[in-house]
Unconditional design. Structure first.
Length: 275
């Protein structure tokens, strides 16, 4: 969990550069990729993280170090954002990498906006999430930190090649396995889906069922939760045969689990308590 200083740095910096990223157009693609590269650099070099967030060093000193590390090949807006970040105060050194990654995702979302593909990317990420629910061996390998990033990306492409997915979807899926960041692959994809949902001004409702929802069921759920929450919602339909039947509905951190498997667990717990 981030401390107050890091939360403030995150909020203020991302708010201040949102308009510039939105107006970057096609350049947002390059900025996003550069932010992902810097995220990996920071994750792999704790000493650099500490040097760039050291409150005893001047902002000019940290900016000079940043330039020495990255050089003059990065997009000007990438360097402007990073210079702003290193000038801020941080609760923990590693929090700066989290915010750099957030900027990378933000840039990719603004690029998708410019390409009019944002809803498509959100749907494709949800489709990838659903597909991997049925592929436990593959999803385990996608966050296997004993394998190289190159091997994990090659495995990912064995699934994605020929899918016709938008290039933003593919790039985000690659980032999720190239730089694991201590997360499970599905958790990262779910995080990305949530970010796209918020970006589109919607609320993400994840519905897990044993069989795919039909259009009528999805429309009914959209109507119910749009009215309940007072804003548009996006249904992320996840198929998981292990739930047997019923629905598991997650809205933010709130989960309503009416699946058959959940009821069976509840029955088992009741029996144990009565013995």
């Amino acid at each position: 969990m981030r401390g107050e200083a890091s939360r403030l740095a995150d909020r203020e910096s991302r708010d201040s550069f949102a308009a510039q990223l939105r107006d970057a157009g096609e350049d947002a693609w390059h900025i996003g990729n550069e932010m992902f590269t810097v995220t990996a650099l920071l994750d792999e070099n704790i000493a650099i993280e500490h040097a760039l967030t050291d409150p005893s060093r001047s902002a000019d000193d940290k900016k000079a170090l940043l330039t020495a590390i990255i050089g003059d090949q990065a997009h000007p807006l990438t360097m402007t954002i990073l210079a702003d970040l290193v000038a801020r105060r941080w609760s923990r050194a590693k929090d700066i990498a989290n915010v750099v990654e957030d900027f990378g995702v933000d840039a990719m979302m603004y690029y998708a906006d410019d390409a009019h593909s944002t809803p498509t990317v959100a749907i494709e990420l949800a489709d990838l999430h659903s597909a991997l629910i049925k592929l436990p061996v593959m999803r385990a390998k996608l966050h296997d930190d004993q394998a190289t990033a190159t091997a994990r990306i090659k495995l990912l492409h064995s699934l994605l090649d020929g899918s016709g997915f938008d290039k933003v979807t593919v790039r985000l899926a690659e980032h999720a396995t190239a730089n694991l960041r201590g997360r499970r692959y599905l958790a990262t994809i779910q995080w990305l889906i949530s970010k796209f949902s918020r970006h589109m001004g919607e609320s993400l409702i994840t519905v897990t069922t044993a069989a795919p929802l039909n259009k009528g069921q999805i429309a009914k759920l959209i109507g119910i939760y749009s009215a309940k929450l007072g804003r548009p919602v996006h249904i992320n339909s996840v198929v998981d045969v292990s739930v047997i039947g019923g629905m598991r509905i997650q809205v933010g951190d709130e989960v309503t689990d009416n699946t058959v498997v959940a009821q069976l667990r509840h029955l088992q717990d009741s029996v144990r308590q009565s013995v």
